[in-house]
Design a protein around this ligand. Structure first.
Ligand code: F6R
Length: 614
């Protein structure tokens, strides 16, 4: 949600910042802007729409500058237009600022500043913060760093900011609270700043992740100085990035989403690499090892997440309960945090998050921690805020996910939760040796089975062609396939804008069946397993109402094949692992339908990849 890129040093800032903004566009793409500082002064350019619009707009402008700050926006306060785009500049034109987050008390600060005679140009909370810093600086005569520090003490909310001033031209100043910010350290006092490491990796692998309430001064003569909230100087903790540039490119695919769907055989393998050995019959998640005893004795485990990650949590619930016999509850982070939940030190809370930055998930975790619960994380982005505040956790190792619709992160989350469930079941003695060994071998075979489904891409595309004009769709599944139905519906609606609902197959009779007619595609997971016959009955109910039926079935199935309009075969596997396979055809169907409807697959309207506001 909003992306920040900034640079100061010996190179030309413009191209570094614009390239970086394009990498961060998945965080917001309703407007963008850049401010550049050169020996003549400050130039600011802002444009509604994608970064490409900004690039076109600045073609004939002065783009020189050794320092600059850039921003790609996902609107919170004020509509997306040129004026509301960042950077925002103080009334006297000296200070300019980009911001990710929300200043909650901006209205009262704004009124106070208006009372002092200031006139605001935009509707944003960011401009208010910029004016506040400027007001403090001019009234007290302090340096920029001190003014920022004093201003932030008045601010309630979340922020990652980068500030630049004409008066102190050799520095940019960054600060963070609840919104991520990374500083890349180049050679000879070259500094790169961004909301995540993707714009930085091309230039340096040495990074410092800012912690909450830290302010850093990046000076092109004097280097980096880091301070805490009490203005006490700290030693920056420099980390080595593990990210590779090629992971951030489309690699010949038309869209990131398609690339990421096709990466799943590899990403699932990377997820269990070194964590499972079927031949030697062991599974081990190093990150949570010391918490496993606590987990099997826990009162209950609460999984908190949003969106697709919440669906992965629902699959996790089936796995943990069935295999390890541990009581699990799965909660939307946004509901959990405001419900005054009953939590104590016997509870374990697991946050599931691809980005590791989702504001509601972070806040829910902080609440659980304050009530004494042990907090664990299942995150994809290494070094993300959630992975840093949790007591322990397991990374999903799916690699960067750039397409806004989550695909490979989901299967990696389910893989980690499967490994956790198996490890806990073994420790607790709730799984017999034969079942344990079979499940490990089946899990090891999943990447190759995913590949078999991906090889059916052309067949799936033909089915997509027939339903590209649908206005509504229903997704049905039972047991651990119910979250797959939810996820299938979410994928379709978010990228193709077709209204879709996921339902437990048996619940259809309690309402949604009224929607079924010959226009309505119904996608069903009807794989072999204990509920197969029940799902077949549900399928008959759909067909009796002339619904169009597209079923995901186990290879060799005849019964559903004879009734359904279309079937997509997936390889046989252990019933606990079906979600890892059954979700793949739905990802491909949604992708192709969205492309056929000319939708922007990688950057669907109104969405942002990393939801850092509540
Ligand atoms: C859907 C999607 C979102 C995210 C949700 C949580 O395709 O990507 O629903 O799953 O915003 O994000 P994370 O996992 O980063 O916490």
């Amino acid at each position: 949600m909003c992306g920040i890129v900034a640079y100061i040093g010996n190179k030309e800032a413009y191209s570094i910042i614009v390239k970086g903004l394009k990498r961060l566009e998945y965080r917001g793409y309703d407007s963008s802007g850049i401010a550049l500082l050169n020996t003549e002064g400050l130039n600011t350019y802002k444009k509604q729409g994608k970064v490409a619009n900004l690039e076109a707009f600045t073609e004939d402008k002065d783009r020189s500058g050794y320092a600059g700050i850039g921003h790609t926006r996902w609107a919170t306060h004020g509509p997306p237009n040129d004026t509301n785009a960042h950077p925002h500049t103080s009334e006297d034109g000296n200070i300019t600022l980009v911001h990710n987050g929300i200043i909650e008390n901006y209205d009262s600060i704004r009124k106070e500043l208006e009372g002092k005679g200031y006139t605001f140009k935009s509707d944003t909370d960011t401009e208010v913060l910029c004016y506040l810093i400027s007001d403090i600086k001019t009234k007290t005569g302090v340096k920029l760093g001190k003014a920022i520090h004093l201003a932030l003490q008045q601010v309630v909310g979340a922020y990652a900011i980068v500030v630049m001033s004409k008066d102190e031209p050799n520095k940019i100043i960054v600060a963070r609270k609840s919104s991520p910010l990374v500083v890349g350290i180049g050679k000879d006092n070259d500094f790169y700043v961004a909301s995540d490491a993707t714009p930085i990796v091309e230039y340096t692998k040495q990074v410092v992740y800012l912690n909450d309430d830290e302010i850093a001064i990046l000076n092109r003569d004097k280097g980096m100085k880091l301070f805490n909230i009490d203005e006490v100087q700290k030693e920056p903790y420099v980390e080595e990035l593990e990210l590779h540039l090629e992971e951030l490119e489309k690699g010949g695919y038309e869209h990131f989403m398609l690339k990421e769907i096709h990466e799943q055989p590899r990403s699932i393998k990377d997820c269990f690499r070194g964590r499972l050995n079927a031949e030697e019959a062991w599974v081990s998640l190093g990150g949570i090892k010391e918490y496993e005893q606590k987990m099997i004795k826990a009162n209950r485990i609460i999984m908190i997440a949003c969106g697709t990650s919440w669906h992965a949590g629902l699959v996790g619930e089936y796995l943990f309960e069935d295999l390890a016999r541990i009581n699990v509850e799965v909660e939307y982070a946004s509901e959990f945090r405001y419900r005054n939940p009953i939590i104590n030190e016997n509870d374990i809370v697991i946050a599931i998050s691809q980005s590791g930055e989702t504001a509601d998930t972070m806040a829910a975790l902080e609440l659980a921690k304050s009530k004494g619960a042990t907090i664990l994380g299942v995150c994809n982005v290494v070094g993300s805020s959630i992975s840093r505040i949790t007591d322990a956790g397991s990374y999903t190792h799916a690699g960067p996910e750039i397409g806004v619709a989550s695909t490979k992160a989901f299967t990696a989350q389910v893989t980690v939760l499967t490994l956790m469930a198996l490890s806990l079941a073994k420790l607790k003695g709730t799984i017999c040796e034969t079942k344990f060994r079979t499940m490990l071998s089946e899990l090891e075979a999943i990447p190759q089975k995913v590949q078999q489904i991906l090889d059916k891409n052309d067949e799936i595309k033909l089915i997509a062609e027939q339903y590209q004009g649908a206005s509504n769709a229903l997704y049905l599944g039972r047991g651990s396939s119910f979250p797959v139905a939810l996820e299938g519906a979410l994928k379709l609606k978010e990228i193709s804008y077709i209204h879709a609902e996921g339902y437990p197959a048996a619940e259809m009779k309690h309402g949604p069946i009224a929607l079924i007619d010959e226009e309505m595609p119904v996608f069903v997971i009807a794989t072999s397993g204990p509920s197969y016959e029940k799902v077949v009955s549900n399928i008959q109910e759909v067909k009796a109402r002339k619904g169009k039926l597209i079923a995901v079935v186990t290879e060799g199935d005849q019964q559903v094949h004879d009734i359904a309009d279309h079937t997509i075969d997936i390889p046989d596997t252990d019933e606990h692992l079906v979600p890892l396979l059954a979700t793949i055809p739905f990802q491909l169907l949604s992708y192709h339908i969205a492309v056929m409807r000319n939708c922007n697959v990688d950057q669907p309207r109104n969405l942002a990849k990393s939801v850092t506001v509540e």
